[in-house]
Design a protein. Structure first.
Length: 173
């Protein structure tokens, strides 16, 4: 006889094209493909469209974060490792490992898997609804620095350093 509690019954989850939650988040387009609340918080999937040189601060958070590059090029710095991801490339950063990335192409389309869910709520809390499926216009409202700090604390993200600087052109190296 097992003393384990039965697993909660979850139904199948799907998302029809164009029916996802679209958000403008700090100069990016974030499309919440599978929200955590649809799968009992086990994970979330967010598709991002990033502009060239997009790079968050070096940080940690309480979720594993996996990157699946659909289009474009990323440089990922995680712990002591630094690697390049091209279309089809996958990077997995465990909980608590300091990491950042930089977009090295004109744009990049990346699926981000948050395990467990949580990153999507951070994005929601720091964004505005997107009115088109594009990168946001330059005048799109952004959270104040004070509001961002509050969001980091609320979602247990710890910023540890600067974003990655843009790569120098080959002729300058």
């Amino acid at each position: 006889m097992s003393s384990a509690l039965p697993a909660p019954e979850l139904g199948a989850t799907w998302s029809a094209a164009g029916q996802d939650e679209r958000l403008w988040f700090l100069g990016t387009l974030a499309i919440v493909r599978v929200p955590g609340e649809a799968v009992d918080g086990r994970f979330a999937v967010i598709e991002f469209v990033f502009p060239r040189h997009a790079s968050p601060p070096l940080h940690t958070h309480p979720q594993d974060e996996s990157y699946i590059v659909l289009d474009g090029q990323l440089t990922v710095h995680a712990g002591a490792d630094r690697f390049e991801l091209a279309p089809g490339g996958i990077g997995v950063v465990p909980t608590g490992v300091a990491h950042t990335f930089r977009v090295d192409s004109d744009t990049a389309r990346v699926l981000v898997l948050s395990t467990p869910a949580g990153i999507e709520q951070f994005v929601r809390d720091g964004s505005v609804p997107a009115t088109s499926p594009t990168l946001p216009p330059p005048d799109t409202p952004r959270p104040t620095p004070e509001r961002l700090e509050q969001l980091f604390r609320t979602h247990r993200q710890v910023n540890l350093g600067a974003p990655l600087a843009p790569a120098r052109p080959a002729q300058e190296q």
